[in-house]
Design a protein around this ligand. Structure first.
Ligand code: ATP
Length: 330
């Protein structure tokens, strides 16, 4: 039997600094995350990076103590090198390089988007799903083919979570806006007319945001606006996901990323899956947002397949695309 491997993974791509510890059987031994909440407006990269430096020692120590492990018992360090915000990525990368050098451990490069996918596969047990990955910074429909995750649709401008958060800010709702928009949408009664923009396999959300903000300034009921915004944004995504499912003929559909917590989005995508006789799964809420466990688990997969990186070459990659990453473990 293969030796048990334990990987410590660090997430710091945007608002969350997280440390996860996972073993090669997929046991999550620790998952400690601390999220920066801006006083007002969206994420300020330098402030978020400062938050990460402040909380990092405590988060890592807590994770090790939860896992009841010392650094000597960790086999390798996984670092989320991108995509993400440069200043935030650099904090995580610097810490991981320091840990790798100080404790003489291999360093494993992890793509943040791949990590959202792998944690969804681990927790749902799905093997070869069509993936809908929606968060504050990403809106991607992807599936595995020929050595990589290939993109079968994405946003042409802002991400779905960003759309919900930006609209919520305009409506003076607290951050993060997604959960609050979901709550208010449940009390919506009227579907207001908004732009529905799908271009080929891609969606565009910035025109939808502008139009929704305009209706807000005209004094429409906030509940109707939230309901309408969700209806349009989620239906656009469901249309593209359905075509991707029909084209790829995958028999599983998995929803991952922070916006995966939304029950209406889950309902719409479940209907798409049922229509095509595919199984539907959602990453558990505790692992849907950015977290260290997903970096550690993807680190395990990469490490046991020989993927490591020299500390000198471990540059951060703020624009590292999902479809640029080789996936040797499938
Ligand atoms: P990434 O770096 O992967 O783009 P992120 O920094 O946006 O991620 P996540 O924690 O993955 O972080 O996702 C946060 C997003 O999820 C926010 O936009 C938030 O509003 C959204 N979100 C969380 N819960 C819900 C919900 N119930 N409904 C809609 N959106 C939600």
């Amino acid at each position: 039997m293969a030796r048990r491997v334990v990987v410590l993974g660090i997430e710091s791509t945007a608002h969350t600094f997280g440390c996860g510890i996972v073993d090669s059987s997929g046991n999550i031994l620790a998952n400690v995350n601390n999220t920066y909440i801006p006083a007002k407006g969206g994420i300020h990269p330098r402030e978020s990076a400062q938050h990460h430096s402040d909380v990092a020692p405590r988060v890592i120590r807590t994770a090790l103590s939860e896992a009841k492990l010392s650094m000597d018992q960790v086999d390798a360090i996984a670092v989320s090198l991108g995509p993400g915000l440069g200043p935030c990525l650099r904090v995580g990368a610097t810490i991981c390089r320091a840990l790798a050098v100080a404790y003489d451990k291999p360093l494993i490069p992890v793509n943040h988007a791949v990590a959202h996918i792998e944690i969804a596969k681990l927790t749902t047990g799905f093997k070869d799903p069509l993936i809908v990955f929606v968060s504050g910074g990403n809106t991607i429909i992807a599936a595995y083919s020929d050595g990589r995750y290939r993109v079968f649709g994405e946003t042409l401008d802002i991400a779905l979570g960003n759309l919900l958060d930006a609209f919520a800010r305009e409506a003076h709702l607290p951050h993060p806006g997604g959960p609050r928009v979901e709550e208010l949408a449940k009390k919506g009664e009227r579907l207001l007319k908004l732009p529905y923009i799908v271009k080929g396999q891609d969606v565009s959300y910035s025109g939808l945001l502008t139009a929704a903000v305009k209706l807000l300034s005209e004094g429409h009921r906030i509940e109707d606006l939230c309901y309408s915004l969700q209806e349009y944004a989620f239906s656009m995504l469901a249309e593209v996901a359905e075509r991707a499912l029909a084209y790829t003929e995958k028999k599983e559909l998995v929803l991952t990323g922070g916006v995966a917590a939304n029950s209406e989005l889950q309902r719409k995508l479940m209907m798409v899956a049922e229509e095509h006789n595919a199984k539907f799964g959602v990453v558990p809420k505790a692992l849907s947002g950015d977290n260290g466990a997903m970096i550690a688990w993807t680190g395990v997969l990469a490490y046991v397949h020989g993927v490591t990186i020299n500390v000198e070459k471990s540059y951060v990659k703020p624009r590292w695309r999902l479809d640029e990453v080789d996936i040797p473990w499938i």
